[in-house]
Design a protein around this ligand. Structure first.
Ligand code: GDP
Length: 464
């Protein structure tokens, strides 16, 4: 850590330095870039809906689609064709579920989206967590068929769990696709019933009314996806926007450009971009900016490297800023200094590493209430670490955030609370949610189930 004190800009001659704020302002005249996650109960129709949506937008070529159709008819599951647009591997097709988060990119008239397709299966919640933690907004798909909505909404359904999870991870805008309404003959009563029940729950979960938009759709027939429906059964009572119009109007997130540089590392490998030496790292910039020639620090470890090459969205460039997905090559750093869950930052303002912090959490459907000393697995960015909830500080009112009770004895399902958390084995890079929305989000799991999720409030011990 000898080079720690020098300025990260010292390596770049003044004439070559990029004025990131200026460049960013120029680039921002482009369509804003956003990350969208699709959530909802298994079989709600997420894959079919998004696959059909992307196909109608022109994102999937005709020949591929015909192949998907032939393949799915061969195994007697004709309607799976659209879902296959998103499910890429053979194993997923055989099992008929989306296993991992399939990445897809699409543009609407005013926005550019990276689609993180979250799977609906219970076992795959950790994948959804890493996907949602980067999401700016979510599409919640619910099944409007008789009994369909109910099975997703009741105790063991994932509709509520996913919506809560997204909210506790900082997702504010939710588009609710009331799907499979074709099966119900586009019955307005059914739509209203679902909007009513879901609305009460979503407001309780902390979403703002203005940030919730409900759209009646059919992922299978394609009704009301990219153009307004002309089916009379629907137009007789619904004159609102189609899914595309709603998605196109999602508010772009505020990027944390003026904060210190932070980037969660999602992947790394030996060798440079294209060719040459060094190590390469992939991830998305959480805050601030970085440019070729600058020094960056790896936390934990405090090792320093120099940025040699940079790619943003597969294009070579000399700078990147908050919100960009980047691939970069570093010189002067051994690959042994990198680990999953590590964070790159500016050596001028390194990310604090900590073993103890307080967090504001939302408690999920737990069978046994949380008491102090409760052991958990803490999920943060792409890492997970054993930890425990060492103290229950106070229970909070969900909507006002006011303290209802200090030092509660236990926290049961649905509770919002402030707690103190302690890592069991090692310190990890964390920031408060106020300082950094990505690095300030956490998830607590136990025995393969999500127990709670929330945001970091205060860091109590700095360093290991
Ligand atoms: P996922 O698990 O949420 O991704 O759901 P899938 O996309 O795999 O869909 C589950 C089942 O619902 C499949 O059999 C689909 O064909 C069917 N499905 C999806 N959307 C619709 C719809 O809008 N109408 C009807 N009738 N069936 C649908």
């Amino acid at each position: 850590a000898s080079s720690r004190a020098s300025s990260p800009l010292a390596k770049i001659p003044a004439a070559k330095r990029v004025n990131v704020l200026e460049e960013y302002a120029k680039r921002s005249t482009d369509k804003p870039k956003m990350n969208l996650v699709v959530i909802g109960h298994v079989d709600a129709g997420k894959s079919t809906l998004m696959g059909h949506f992307l196909f109608d937008l022109g994102n999937v070529n005709q020949r591929m689609m015909q192949k998907y159709e032939r393949d799915s008819q061969k195994i007697g599951k004709g309607s799976f064709a659209y879902a296959w647009v998103l499910d890429e591997t053979g194993e997923e097709r055989d099992r008929g579920i989306t296993m991992d988060i399939a990445m897809n990119y699409f543009e609407t008239p005013h926005r550019q989206f990276t689609l993180l397709d979250a799977p609906g299966h219970r076992d795959f919640i950790p994948n959804m967590i890493s996907g949602t933690s980067q999401a700016d907004a979510a599409v919640l798909v619910v099944d409007a068929a008789t009994g369909g909505f109910e099975s997703g909404f009741d105790a063991n359904g994932q509709t509520k769990e996913h919506a809560l999870l997204a909210r506790s991870l900082g997702v504010q805008q939710l588009v609710i696709a009331v799907n499979k309404l074709d099966v119900m003959g586009w019955d307005q009563g059914r739509f209203d019933e679902i909007v009513g029940k879901l609305g009460v729950f979503l407001l309780q979960a902390g979403y703002r009314k203005n940030n919730l938009t409900y759209v009646p759709v059919s992922g299978l027939t394609g009704e009301n996806l990219v153009k307004r429906s002309e089916t009379e059964a629907l137009t007789s009572w619904y004159r609102g926007p189609c899914l595309l119009e709603v998605i196109d109007a999602i508010e772009p997130p505020v990027r944390l450009l003026d904060k210190p540089f932070r980037m969660g590392v999602s992947d790394f490998f030996k060798g440079g971009i294209g060719s040459g030496g060094g190590v390469s790292l992939a991830g998305s910039i959480d805050s601030g900016s970085v440019q070729v020639g600058e020094q960056v620090m790896v936390i934990p470890g405090n090792e320093i490297g120099v940025v040699k090459a940079l790619q943003v969205n597969d294009e070579t460039t000399n700078w990147g800023a908050a919100g960009d997905s980047v691939l970069m090559t570093l010189a002067g750093l051994d690959i042994l200094n990198l680990s999953t869950g590590c964070v790159l930052c500016t050596p001028l303002h390194p990310v604090p590493i900590t073993t103890t912090f307080t967090a504001q959490i939302v408690v999920f459907d737990v069978r046994i209430p949380i008491t102090s000393g409760f052991p958990v697995i803490l999920h943060h960015q792409s890492s997970n670490e054993p930890a425990s909830i060492v103290k229950l500080l106070c229970a909070l009112d969900k909507s006002t955030g006011e303290i209802i009770k200090r030092n509660p004895r236990h926290l049961s399902k649905g509770a919002t609370a402030k707690v103190k958390i302690q890592l069991s084995h090692r310190a990890i890079p964390l920031e408060t949610f106020k300082d950094n929305k990505q690095l300030g989000r956490i998830m607590l799991r136990k025995g393969g189930e999500t127990v709670a999720a929330g945001v970091v409030d205060e860091i109590l011990t700095f360093g290991a």
